[in-house]
Design a binder for this molecule. Structure first.
Ligand code: SF4
Length: 345
């Protein structure tokens, strides 16, 4: 599993976007950054200066991250000016490199040739799904083959690849999500982000939801799909950089999330479910009779709260499902990230 790179974010809401996607409203939950009313270059210059100051004071070398909007669909002279400003700090060792997020249909060979002149390290593609019906019904404006081609191009240019998927988009099903995930893994990303689709205020999806044309995933479905995905990614050695939208989305507006599987600790709940599934799978494969037995689990010390779950929900589940007499859960320092030792006696 590859390590997590910390970033110094510069948020450019909707900058460069060819149109507003049906589910997207980046003017909500911007952590106070709000609508981008100034010229993006001037705005980014000010943020870069601030981020450079923080990085120097903290003595930490992060990647400078342009996110929000569609970075590579900005006018070329804007891209060049933003990258020149960021490169200035990278060359001085203040930042480790540059990353940005963009749409898969906005990263042509020509743009890549332009980017190759700068210390770009990571490109995050808002792929969202690799199912054509889902992409069509969500009106993304490209098909799965375009998204796959963009991912391959990013790898060919030697940049780290991040892929964002949005389970629960219009037309999505459990099967389509899992196929998308497997195709995404085949593209050999360095990391993935999972953003279960939420119905945000001021979007087309909100209208579809209100007139009954769109039904979001329940929180339970989203947790269950993402926990399955976490296991697929673990087996493939791909890091899950994030699951669930940032809690900031609920700040600042009256009720920006109208519906959908929002939870401020969504990623934690996904990992709780993953530990639950893992132990269930072990018991179903290894023991024909668990009734009245004692189950001892040893997990990495820093993962113990995930293995327990909120209110000890996992031990309660295991005891009931497997008719166990007792459950002991211990955390030890020396175990690797996902290691689990199980004893049944
Ligand atoms: S999803 Fe991406 S491309 Fe679509 S409107 Fe939002 S930022 Fe722009």
């Amino acid at each position: 599993m590859k390590g997590r790179q910390r970033v110094a974010p510069i948020f450019l809401p909707h900058a460069g976007c060819p149109f507003r996607c049906v589910y997207c409203n980046q003017f909500l939950g911007t952590g106070g950054m709000g609508r981008l009313e100034t010229d993006p270059v001037q705005y980014a210059a000010e943020r870069l200066q601030e981020q450079a100051g923080w990085a120097q004071r903290a003595g930490e070398t992060r990647e400078i991250a342009f996110f929000g909007g569609t970075f590579t669909a900005l006018p070329h002279d804007t891209i060049v000016r933003l990258l020149e400003m960021a490169s200035y700090w990278v060359c001085r060792g203040v930042f480790a490199g540059i990353r940005f997020s963009t749409r898969p249909d906005a990263i042509s060979e020509e743009v890549c040739d332009l980017l190759a002149n700068f210390p770009v390290r990571t490109v995050e593609l808002g792929v969202q799904s690799l199912s054509d019906p889902v992409l069509q019904q969500s009106r993304r404006g490209y098909g799965a083959s375009v998204a796959a081609g963009a991912a391959q191009r990013v790898c060919r240019y030697g940049w780290k690849l991040g892929i964002q998927l949005m389970p629960g988009l219009p037309g999505d099903t459990h099967g389509r999500f899992l196929s998308s995930l497997e195709e995404a893994v085949d593209l050999k990303p360095d990391f993935l982000r999972l953003y279960p689709t939420l119905v945000l205020e001021g979007t087309a999806l909100a209208d579809w939801y209100l007139d009954g044309r769109y039904v979001p995933l329940t929180l339970e479905e989203a947790i269950s799909w993402c926990a399955e995905a976490y296991e697929v990614l673990r087996l493939a050695g791909v890091a899950l950089a994030r699951a669930g939208l940032h809690g900031d989305v609920q700040r600042g507006g009256s009720r920006p999330v109208l519906a959908g599987p929002f939870h401020p600790a969504f990623g934690y709940l996904v990992r709780v479910r993953w530990w639950r599934n893992r132990v269930d799978t072990f018991l179903s494969l290894s023991s024909p009779n668990t009734r009245g037995k004692r189950l001892t689990l040893v997990v990495p010390a820093h993962r113990i709260s995930e293995a327990l779950g909120p209110g000890q929900s996992n031990p309660i589940h295991w005891r009931a499902r497997w008719a166990l007499r007792e459950i002991r859960l211990r955390g030890v320092e020396k175990l690797g990230e996902h290691e689990l030792e199980v004893r049944l006696e």
